[in-house]
Design a protein around this ligand. Sequence first.
Ligand code: RB5
Length: 153
Amino acid sequence: MSETNKPIIIGCDHAAYQLKNTVKAYLENRGVEVKDVGAFDETSVDYPDYAAKVAGSVAKGEFERGILICGTGLGMSMAANRYSKVRAALCSDIFTAKMSRQHNNANVLVMGGRMIGDILALEIVKTWLETPFEGGRHQNRIDKFDNLSCCPK
Ligand code: RB5
Protein backbone atom coordinates (compact mmCIF):
# COMPACT_ATOMS: atom_id res chain seq x y z
CA MET A 1 0.00 0.00 0.00
CA SER A 2 1.45 3.37 -0.97
CA GLU A 3 2.01 6.04 1.66
CA THR A 4 -0.83 8.12 0.23
CA ASN A 5 -3.35 5.26 0.29
CA LYS A 6 -3.06 4.23 3.92
CA PRO A 7 -6.27 4.26 5.98
CA ILE A 8 -7.14 7.51 7.70
CA ILE A 9 -9.16 8.18 10.83
CA ILE A 10 -11.21 11.38 10.66
CA GLY A 11 -13.20 13.35 13.20
CA CYS A 12 -14.90 16.72 13.52
CA ASP A 13 -17.26 18.70 15.69
CA HIS A 14 -20.59 20.25 14.72
CA ALA A 15 -18.88 23.31 13.19
CA ALA A 16 -17.10 21.22 10.58
CA TYR A 17 -19.57 18.44 9.89
CA GLN A 18 -20.11 19.55 6.28
CA LEU A 19 -16.41 19.88 5.51
CA LYS A 20 -15.69 16.53 7.13
CA ASN A 21 -18.15 14.87 4.75
CA THR A 22 -16.53 16.63 1.79
CA VAL A 23 -13.05 15.52 2.87
CA LYS A 24 -14.25 11.97 3.55
CA ALA A 25 -15.81 11.71 0.08
CA TYR A 26 -12.61 13.05 -1.48
CA LEU A 27 -10.49 10.45 0.36
CA GLU A 28 -12.83 7.59 -0.53
CA ASN A 29 -12.74 8.70 -4.18
CA ARG A 30 -8.98 8.37 -4.03
CA GLY A 31 -9.35 4.82 -2.75
CA VAL A 32 -8.38 5.65 0.82
CA GLU A 33 -10.17 3.68 3.54
CA VAL A 34 -11.67 6.15 6.02
CA LYS A 35 -12.72 5.50 9.60
CA ASP A 36 -15.18 8.22 10.55
CA VAL A 37 -15.51 8.69 14.32
CA GLY A 38 -18.08 11.52 14.09
CA ALA A 39 -19.58 13.90 14.75
CA PHE A 40 -22.40 12.60 12.62
CA ASP A 41 -24.62 15.68 12.50
CA GLU A 42 -24.58 19.37 13.44
CA THR A 43 -25.77 18.94 17.03
CA SER A 44 -23.42 20.87 19.31
CA VAL A 45 -20.66 18.66 20.72
CA ASP A 46 -17.31 19.16 22.49
CA TYR A 47 -14.32 19.04 20.15
CA PRO A 48 -11.91 17.44 22.69
CA ASP A 49 -14.01 14.26 22.60
CA TYR A 50 -13.33 13.89 18.88
CA ALA A 51 -9.72 14.99 19.12
CA ALA A 52 -9.29 12.21 21.71
CA LYS A 53 -10.77 9.57 19.39
CA VAL A 54 -8.48 10.47 16.48
CA ALA A 55 -5.29 11.45 18.32
CA GLY A 56 -5.68 8.57 20.77
CA SER A 57 -5.91 6.11 17.91
CA VAL A 58 -2.88 7.59 16.12
CA ALA A 59 -0.91 7.63 19.39
CA LYS A 60 -1.68 3.91 19.87
CA GLY A 61 -0.53 3.13 16.33
CA GLU A 62 -3.96 1.98 15.17
CA PHE A 63 -3.79 4.52 12.34
CA GLU A 64 -0.70 6.18 10.93
CA ARG A 65 -2.58 9.32 9.99
CA GLY A 66 -5.63 11.24 11.08
CA ILE A 67 -7.60 14.33 10.14
CA LEU A 68 -9.44 16.60 12.59
CA ILE A 69 -11.67 19.53 11.70
CA CYS A 70 -13.45 22.01 13.97
CA GLY A 71 -14.55 25.62 13.48
CA THR A 72 -11.11 27.23 13.62
CA GLY A 73 -8.92 24.14 13.95
CA LEU A 74 -7.44 25.65 17.11
CA GLY A 75 -9.17 23.54 19.73
CA MET A 76 -8.65 20.29 17.83
CA SER A 77 -4.94 20.97 17.33
CA MET A 78 -4.41 21.95 20.98
CA ALA A 79 -6.17 18.83 22.22
CA ALA A 80 -4.58 16.44 19.72
CA ASN A 81 -1.07 17.63 20.55
CA ARG A 82 -1.55 16.51 24.16
CA TYR A 83 -0.96 12.98 22.90
CA SER A 84 2.64 11.87 22.69
CA LYS A 85 3.77 10.82 19.22
CA VAL A 86 0.98 12.94 17.72
CA ARG A 87 2.18 15.80 15.56
CA ALA A 88 -0.99 17.68 14.71
CA ALA A 89 -0.59 20.54 12.24
CA LEU A 90 -3.23 23.23 11.79
CA CYS A 91 -3.09 24.13 8.11
CA SER A 92 -4.95 26.91 6.33
CA ASP A 93 -2.72 27.11 3.26
CA ILE A 94 -0.90 24.77 0.93
CA PHE A 95 2.63 25.82 1.89
CA THR A 96 2.01 25.03 5.55
CA ALA A 97 0.51 21.67 4.61
CA LYS A 98 3.60 20.88 2.54
CA MET A 99 6.04 21.94 5.24
CA SER A 100 4.09 20.12 7.93
CA ARG A 101 4.96 16.91 6.11
CA GLN A 102 8.47 17.73 4.84
CA HIS A 103 9.85 19.12 8.09
CA ASN A 104 7.46 18.06 10.86
CA ASN A 105 6.22 14.67 9.65
CA ALA A 106 2.75 15.73 10.75
CA ASN A 107 0.61 12.65 11.35
CA VAL A 108 -2.60 14.56 12.06
CA LEU A 109 -3.89 17.25 9.72
CA VAL A 110 -6.14 19.84 11.34
CA MET A 111 -8.29 22.36 9.50
CA GLY A 112 -10.86 24.99 10.40
CA GLY A 113 -14.19 24.47 8.70
CA ARG A 114 -15.15 28.10 9.34
CA MET A 115 -11.82 29.37 8.04
CA ILE A 116 -11.35 27.88 4.59
CA GLY A 117 -13.51 26.83 1.67
CA ASP A 118 -13.95 23.32 0.34
CA ILE A 119 -11.61 23.69 -2.65
CA LEU A 120 -8.71 24.97 -0.58
CA ALA A 121 -9.37 22.31 2.08
CA LEU A 122 -9.15 19.54 -0.52
CA GLU A 123 -5.94 21.00 -1.96
CA ILE A 124 -4.51 21.03 1.56
CA VAL A 125 -5.53 17.40 2.08
CA LYS A 126 -4.02 16.41 -1.29
CA THR A 127 -0.74 18.17 -0.50
CA TRP A 128 -0.58 16.70 3.00
CA LEU A 129 -1.23 13.19 1.68
CA GLU A 130 1.28 13.36 -1.14
CA THR A 131 4.23 15.18 0.46
CA PRO A 132 6.87 12.90 2.00
CA PHE A 133 8.83 13.57 5.18
CA GLU A 134 12.43 14.63 4.47
CA GLY A 135 13.92 12.94 7.53
CA GLY A 136 17.57 13.72 8.37
CA ARG A 137 17.97 16.76 10.60
CA HIS A 138 14.19 17.05 10.83
CA GLN A 139 13.97 13.59 12.39
CA ASN A 140 16.49 14.66 15.04
CA ARG A 141 14.33 17.65 15.89
CA ILE A 142 11.18 15.56 16.11
CA ASP A 143 12.98 13.09 18.35
CA LYS A 144 13.79 16.00 20.66
CA PHE A 145 10.26 17.18 21.09
CA ASP A 146 8.88 13.66 21.26
CA ASN A 147 11.09 13.20 24.30
CA LEU A 148 10.11 16.43 26.02
CA SER A 149 8.45 15.92 29.34
CA CYS A 150 6.73 19.11 30.36
CA CYS A 151 4.58 17.73 33.18
CA PRO A 152 6.39 16.94 36.44
CA LYS A 153 5.55 13.44 37.65
C1 RB5 B 1 -17.32 25.49 18.28
O1 RB5 B 1 -18.18 26.57 18.41
C2 RB5 B 1 -15.88 26.00 18.15
O2 RB5 B 1 -15.46 26.55 19.35
C3 RB5 B 1 -14.97 24.87 17.73
O3 RB5 B 1 -15.43 24.32 16.53
C4 RB5 B 1 -13.53 25.25 17.47
O4 RB5 B 1 -13.42 26.33 16.64
C5 RB5 B 1 -12.69 25.34 18.67
O5 RB5 B 1 -11.49 25.60 18.63
